[in-house]
Design a protein around this ligand. Structure first.
Ligand code: BGC
Ligand code: NOJ
Length: 806
């Protein structure tokens, strides 16, 4: 069953009933200020860091779910309702939520009143703008009240949810005209406050939660709204909120609009106050002036639309297959922007207080983002590289605000360093900007330790090349890409972190996946060495050694092995009772061209199809672990079918699809793509549950009670890898160091397509003709009418490329 539809013209997903199978959210903001916004106006916002600078409070795993957000209440002659349905959940005559690119619109009607709420973060601003337009659609005059409501978070979201003995005494606010200022902790070490302002003077306000809602009452029955009377309360400790009340009268057909700004303001330390206890409101006033009128709001919305058009025109396909086109042209790229911005910090499944930016995650997120805003990818690469240790290993995570490595988590994830090479190569292939390699970047953010970025890549490479186990394969450390394969953990203590504990430093456990990632990235590294005039013999030797180790010790007979445990026993082998075959090395070894010339690659991919494939995607491994294995760690801690224990972990499905492309099997590659592609799952929303416009990290596998049910939507490497897969391997428009390499691998039934690409600043239009009905194979290429071979560069303003498959 569907709960809405795609509106491709407006690039929106239109939700037509509020009670979706799970809250279906959107992200507002694209650079520094972000909001999470659900289809029923739930969520929260923050400045830069979801943990440290959170403006509004959100209670995860609440009952009922998704309670708390930016709410508007209407009291229409005693009838109290919300345009967003939540929290009062009064029946609406019409409900529609349109999630668009960087904005969401909720429109609803009840009893002769129509409400239109639009929410967005204007480009370059540190605030959310919420505009409410109320219209009287009845044929008599209506007098009613509109209340706004947000609940402030006391900045550090972690402390906010724990340190009540302090928190309940520190809340402070100030009121000034239509503006409510939340200034908790401003009196001491903060130089920032939050503002919730309206563009006209309200008829009342509240800033104390208990005065507005009541103590034993819920969001769905706030006392002030039910009584139709604000208390004009001034919060002192307890829980500061922001609420305005407007008494509105509308004649039949009349409309009125009110603009609210929920924003973050900062002052220089020596200009914090204008008088004792009176905060300096200058930055707030400047922000307010920008969104006083509808025209200003409309102009900011238009700017946002132009911005997104400018991004999405950088890759656009026309294939005649609607679902494919909308995912590639809109939603997949949009999700890539969100994962780039958030890493794995804030979603409806990631609380924003746990993880910062991941070394491995952010490097992979780049892959799907770099074509959108290369300059931001460049800056991110330098930030990430600065958290690398001098020996080439890396902090697993860093905090976005301080950009410092997170020592609670530390290092020891031995795949991490290699992803830096992947990220940097992707950046150079997209931009041709080799100069990034000369940027000087410190190690561990230590002043004085700066070295050219290229040196960081060399250390990444050498770290892997020199940290090997008994079979000559890379040591896994705490874990590799699969964070749950904790082969040195040996944890018997409840609650002990699987990821950061090593009770048994074996120096033995090895990863075939890291070997494959090494073999996949090595050619790029070697090519970069060559272009810099460096001697490549050592790197080539390391490549050959690793290749030999995989050939000798990484093949199990019908598929690639996964790893060796701390005792040197095989993991992911037919010799094992459970966990006989894992997805990751099958995808990555073939991507690294291991076995592509001797039948092993096809055999491995056929084994994947036979043993791991399901209707809803390819499972991570089989058979699922039924019991906990001390030697394996978290992977065996999950109930069978969930997460890394034989769930369909979407992130590595594209690896299989790419591997299939490598082997020229376009129909199968597309099948793997389609099975986890959200637009193709819209009809089964009841089962799938998460948003039909974005990827989820995981879909429950065949062993699970709810096979096909997705979890952890939005923040997943699936977004980037899928975009790489579909754009570079299926559609086959692949940036290389010297230009675009065009080599599609598509279902035979697809008779052609065209792609528009902005590449290195110029427009390239590529028409692919597959009237021959093949899956792969370029028969001829012409560039601007002339026969061509090799990579396509974009020299003129417009390059037209005609490709014939056959
Ligand atoms: C999850 C992994 C995740 C890891 C690190 C584990 O509990 O299963 O998917 O990568 O935590 O946060
Ligand atoms: C999610 C994590 O963010 C990522 O780093 C990891 O590779 C996967 N889970 C697989 O465990």
């Amino acid at each position: 069953m569907k709960y809405g539809y795609f509106d491709d013209n407006t690039r929106e997903y239109v939700i037509t009933r509020p009670d979706t199978p799970y809250p279906w959210i959107n992200y507002l903001g694209s650079e520094d200020f972000f909001g999470l916004f659900s289809n029923t106006a739930g969520g929260y916002c923050f400045y830069k860091d979801a943990r440290l600078l959170r403006l509004t409070r959100y209670r995860y795993n609440n009952v009922p779910t998704d309670a708390g957000g930016r709410y508007f209440y209407i009291n229409d002659d005693g009838d109290v309702w919300n345009p967003s349905w939540q929290p009062c959940r009064k029946k609406l005559e019409r409900f529609e939520c349109r999630h668009g690119l960087g904005y969401s619109k909720i429109s609803s009607s009840r009893n002769g009143l129509k409400a239109d709420h639009i929410a967005f973060v204007p480009l370059g601003e540190t605030c959310e703008v919420h505009r409410i337009v109320m219209e009287n659609t009845a044929n008599a005059t209506k007098a009613f009240s509109l209340f706004s409501f947000v609940e402030f978070c006391l900045w550090n979201a972690n402390d906010d949810s724990q340190n009540f003995q302090r928190n309940l005494s520190i809340g402070e606010v100030e009121i000034d005209g239509g503006a409510i200022y939340h200034k908790t902790e401003y009196r001491e070490r903060r130089n920032h406050y939050a503002m919730f302002a309206a563009n006209r003077k309200p008829d009342g306000f509240d800033t104390d939660r208990e005065s507005f809602i009541g103590l034993y009452d819920g969001f769905h029955e706030p006392k002030a709204v039910l009584e139709d009377r604000s208390q004009n309360s001034i919060a002192a400790g307890w829980s500061p909120i922001g609420s305005h009340r407007f008494a509105l009268t509308l004649k039949p057909g009349e409309k009125t609009s009110i603009v609210f700004i929920l924003g973050y303001c900062e002052n220089p330390n020596d200009e914090k106050y204008t008088a004792l206890h009176i905060i300096n409101k200058a930055p707030a006033k400047r922000l307010q002036e920008k969104f006083q009128t509808d025209a200003q709001v409309d102009a900011a919305l238009e700017k946002l639309a132009v911005y997104w058009e400018g991004l999405l025109c950088r890759f656009r396909v026309k294939s005649g297959e609607d679902k494919l086109d909308r995912m590639v042209n809109i939603w997949n790229q949009y999700q890539c922007m969100v994962t780039f911005n958030m890493s794995r910090s804030a979603s409806y499944f990631e609380s924003g207080i746990g993880r910062g930016m991941g070394f491995r995650d952010s490097n992979q997120d780049l892959l799907g983002f770099v074509h959108l805003v290369p300059a931001r990818a460049r800056a991110r690469i330098l930030d990430i590289a600065a958290t690398q240790f001098p020996d080439g290993s890396a902090y697993h995570q860093y905090q976005p605000l301080t950009k410092k490595g997170n020592s609670d988590v530390g290092s020891g994830f031995n795949d991490d360093p290699l992803w830096l090479i992947t990220g940097v190569s992707a950046y150079i292939k997209e931009t041709g900007d080799f100069s990034i390699l000369d940027e000087t970047v410190p190690f561990d953010n230590e002043e004085g330790s700066e070295a050219p970025l290229f040196e960081h890549l060399r250390r990444s490479f050498n770290y892997t090349a020199t940290h090997k186990g008994p079979h000559g394969l890379p040591l896994i450390g705490r874990a590799d890409w699969n964070d749950c394969l904790n082969l040195n953990c040996f944890s018997e203590t409840p609650g002990e972190s699987f990821q950061t504990t090593a009770n048994f430093e074996s120096g033995v456990a090895e990863s075939v996946l890291i070997a494959a990632i090494f073999l996949y990235t090595a050619p790029d590294f070697i090519e970069l060495c060559r272009r810099r005039g460096e001697d490549t013999s050592e790197a080539e030797q390391s490549f050959a050694d690793m290749k030999r180790a995989v050939d000798e010790h990484g093949w199990d007979g019908d598929w690639f092995l996964r790893a060796y445990d701390a005792y040197g026993k095989k993991i992911g082998s037919s010799e094992c009772e459970e966990g006989q075959i894992f997805i990751e090395p099958q995808g990555f070894c073939v991507m690294a061209k291991v076995g592509t010339d001797d039948g092993r690659a096809l055999k491995a991919l056929d084994s994947v199809r036979e043993r791991l494939d399901t209707e809803y995607g390819v499972m991570l491994q089989q058979p699922a672990y039924q019991t906990y294995y001390l030697t394996l760690g978290e992977v065996s801690s999950y109930p069978p079918g969930y997460k890394e224990n034989a769930g369909i972990f979407c992130h590595n499905n594209p690896w299989i699809s790419i591997a299939e492309c490598e082997m020229g099997r376009g129909t199968r590659a597309f099948e793997v793509y389609r099975k986890i592609c959200p637009a193709y799952l819209e009809e089964i929303s009841d089962l799938h549950r998460t948003e039909p416009y974005v990827y989820s990290q995981m879909v429950a596998g065949r062993d699970a009670a709810r096979h096909g049910e997705a979890k952890n939507s939005w923040l997943t490497g699936t977004a980037a890898w899928t975009f790489v897969n579909v754009s570079q391997h299926i559609l086959g428009i692949k940036p290389g160091f010297d230009g675009l390499v065009i080599d599609p691998c598509i279902p035979a039934a697809l008779k052609g397509f065209s792609v528009e690409r902005i590449y290195r600043g110029k427009r390239v239009v590529i028409h692919v003709d597959n009237s021959a009905g093949v899956e792969k194979g370029v028969k001829s290429i012409t560039v601007n009418g002339k026969p061509h071979s090799g990579p396509v560069t974009s020299e003129g303003e417009l390059t037209t490329v005609n490709v014939v498959l056959g």
